[in-house]
Ligand binder design. Sequence first.
Ligand code: NCD
Length: 310
Amino acid sequence: MAPPLKHLLAIEGMYPPQIGALLDLAESFVLLNRTGTAPRNRLRGRTLINLFFEDSTRTRTSFELAGKRLGADVINMSVATSSVNKGETLLDTASTLNAMNCDLLVIRHAASGAPALLARKVEAAVINAGDGTHEHPTQALLDALTIRRHLGGLQGLTVAICGDVLHSRVARSNIFLLSAMGSQVRVVGPPTLIPPEAERLGVKVFHDMASGLAGVDVVMMLRLQQERMARSLVPSAREYFRFWGLDEAKLKHAAPHALVMHPGPMNRGVEIASSVADDPVRSVIREQVEMGVAVRMAVLETLARSGTNS
Ligand code: NCD
């Protein structure tokens, strides 16, 4: 049996049954959320701290909502106003948080590995909400839940992850999760935006959209992360869209039932055309946001439970 999860720091290294159990629990929360009957007593008396060192809209609010739906006391520590800006180190922050007896700590940080470092220093269960270019495990879980609900499972599917793979923690977590669950993963993008280690991660690399999307079940677009680029790795946004932006013509290469996904925030007209992003049949981008709340509820409850048993 897979060991109980103490923290959620990365998808890499997780066992398929642990992933499957989180997705099943999240699935049960989808219905409860839709009917407004989520169990508000599950995390009663527990404290959740959201510690975001990088900008976020959907991830932070999604964790906040997930915690509140299960009855936790939720505190958002805004780094812009915290003593981190006065030079406090991450480890000083950790000891402050320890003194507050927080149970669940959600952290987003620009440095890869920051959540893992914090996990060694705090008593709380730590959840990685995105660290540098490393991982974003809850995003991969919510993507998997969305795919599973539409296509019935993950085993045997072909998923194309397209665009700025190099800077994308979303891509890395998805590669680990989808491969562990039996999907074939392709990465599609210009050579400057595909990490050199891509093939070692067991994915197929494509440098043009027509062959990369041929027959795939899922097209997952990524944001062009210009804020992480030290130098210009792409020509103009217009050129980028011409070659790599998902529009109706390029989408025709995918299977007729293929889903269109994007983790958000979207650069419309850069990596995706509005007509595709808003296509009510092909695009599941809004649903990804809904699944995000259910997945985060499942993660919070699972970690709170294993914290009690240990
Ligand atoms: C992603 C992130 O922050 O890694 N966004 C998100 O969490 N929904 C992707 C991105 O910023 O492009």
